[in-house]
Design a protein around this ligand. Structure first.
Ligand code: NAD
Length: 493
């Protein structure tokens, strides 16, 4: 019998008041890993009440003491790195090396939060006017909620947990209902560090729980990561319910290859690991290559397709592939696989050339898995559905342009604006690119320009429906109110 997950509220594991349970599926095998409760509004409300009650005591705990809990959190998570990696692979399907890399990023977020005694400092301006001083103090705000997506079951929750808590807020995580096992394990580890009851809470569920947090007047803010369409809904609701929010959305990240680039082996491998790792289900995955000039287009198209054939489509938990970096695991659900198949059919109907077709791939022993092998379209034109849509699978489109200006135009006219990269050794091209493209994260000779947690992370336009990023100093800004105090003392003489 699969384990029924519980919620963690006010320092206790509780059976969720729920409207039913969903099976948590291993996307490689179809095996049921557990059952996740769909928590009700009343259940979500109990978590908010607990977090609200814990706020005052936690807010008044000195920042260095709060940071000490982060060091304990880091230590216990690191001790359990391998179990966390395997848990997230079993429910999400990424390779074990990818899962370990995700855990490293998770740890770095906790490390960054340990800087709170430095980064939560305000500042003071003596003598703003005669006898008047001005002071900015960075105060915790109250109860924060994070609603996370399926594709990074460990890292996305930890974009928020340590920063929200270390700054003196109390916190509730609502993980994706598709991948709740990593959050369950993480919460069991966090329980062991002995935070006061109610400071950290875990509530499982779907959009019913997500929405009820947004509508709850005792929630001060919401951090959301998921599809752009969901971001728009969340942003509108947060505004209506007077909450601060972050909302990071979907992506179609372009890689531009300039004609001067000569290190073809490194180039092709760098691009293919960006495109096919995690079965194309990273928000920083590239899924569109733009080659500048006929010669580079021919070279890139031919060699990229050849390199894609080196990827093994397999169950990432098969011991044979435990350390295999070139592994394309399953996509998350049967519905996701159907959608990707439909997009491939659309590409063919639109007149693009299907240079490599990953449909119909069979993984022995994993007949119930949701596998699609690397798939590549060439002769793609901007505006085709396969170029406009975030396919979120191992499907890559290759486009040809004549100039860097045209490549920049394609990137800037795309609805999504998360990240993009250029491959060139020419400083002029690189500088022009970084100044003129609109996405929030830019790479130069880097296939996945994902900022480390000491730097801000976030896109722009329809990929980021808010104006404050995650990670780094931005995280400290989001989770604190910078109250400005203007003070005057009369002279006594
Ligand atoms: P999703 O939008 O379907 O769901 C994300 C979370 O929101 C889940 O926890 C879900 O239960 C909840 N949810 C869904 N609808 C809701 C609603 N109406 N109200 C409240 N909560 C709701 O996203 P997903 O499919 O899990 O994640 C994949 C998407 O996330 C992709 O588009 C990917 O690009 C994006 N993503 C973006 C970033 C980034 O940094 N920009 C990072 C990771 C993933």
């Amino acid at each position: 019998m699969a384990k029924e997950l519980k919620n963690y509220i006010n320092g206790k594991w509780v059976v969720a008041e729920n409207s039913g349970y969903l099976d948590v599926e291993n996307p490689s095998t179809g095996e049921t890993l557990g059952k996740v409760p769909l928590s009700t509004e009343a259940e979500a409300g109990r978590a908010v009440a607990a977090a609200k009650a814990a706020f005052k005591g936690w807010r008044d705990t000195p920042v260095a003491e709060r940071a000490e809990y982060m060091y304990k959190m880091l230590a216990i998570m690191k001790e359990n790195e391998e179990e966390l990696s395997r848990t997230l692979t079993s429910e999400m399907g990424k390779s074990i090396p990818d899962a370990r890399a995700e855990m490293k990023r998770t740890f770095q977020n906790i490390e960054a939060a340990c800087s709170a005694p430095m980064l939560q400092q305000g500042y003071k301006m003596l003598g703003c006017a005669r006898n008047i001083d001005g002071e900015v103090i960075n105060l915790p705000i109250g109860v924060f909620v994070a609603i996370s997506p399926f594709n990074f079951p460990a890292m996305t929750p930890f974009w928020f947990i340590p920063f929200a808590i270390v700054t003196g807020n109390t916190f509730i995580l609502k993980p994706s209902e598709l991948v709740p096992m990593t959050a369950d394990l993480s919460a069991h580890l966090i329980e062991k560090i002995g935070l006061p009851a109610g400071v950290f809470n875990l509530v499982h569920g779907d959009k019913v729980a997500g929405n009820s947090f947004i509508e709850n007047p005792d929630v001060a803010g919401v951090s959301f990561v998921g599809k752009s369409a969901t971001c728009v809904e969340i942003a509108a609701k947060c505004a209506a319910h007077k909450k601060r929010y972050q909302a990071m959305g979907s992506a179609k990240n372009h890689l531009v290859v300039m004609p001067d680039y000569v290190q073809m082996d490194e180039l092709i491998r760098n691009m293919s690991t960006s495109c096919f790792g995690c079965a194309g289900q990273r928000c920083m995955a590239s899924s569109a290559i733009v080659a500048v000039g006929d010669e580079m287009y021919e070279k890139v198209s031919t060699r990229f397709v050849e390199d894609a054939k080196n990827f093994i489509t397999a169950n990432p938990l098969d011991p044979k592939y435990a350390n295999e970096p070139l592994l394309t695991g399953p996509v998350i659900t049967a519905q996701a696989k159907d959608f990707i198949h439909k997009m491939i059919e659309t590409g063919v109907k639109e007149g693009a050339t299907l240079a490599l077709d990953g449909r119909g791939i069979e993984v022995p022993g994993c007949e119930k898995g949701h596998f699609i092998g690397p798939t590549v379209f060439t002769d793609v034109k901007p505006g085709m559905e396969i170029h406009k849509t975030e396919i979120f699978g191992p499907v890559v489109v290759i486009l040809k342009v004549d100039t860097l200006d045209e490549a920049i135009k394609i990137i800037n006219e795309h609805q999504y604006s998360n990240a993009c990269s250029i491959y060139t050794q020419n400083g002029y091209y690189a500088r022009k690119f970084k100044l003129e493209v609109e996405p929030g994260m830019v790479g130069i000779n880097v296939g996945i320009p994902a900022p480390v947690p000491f730097l801000p992370f976030g896109g722009s336009k329809y990929s980021m429906i808010c104006d404050i990023k995650m990670q780094g100093q931005e995280a400290f800004r989001f989770y604190t109110h910078d109250r400005v105090v203007i003070e005057r003392y009369w002279t006594e003489d």
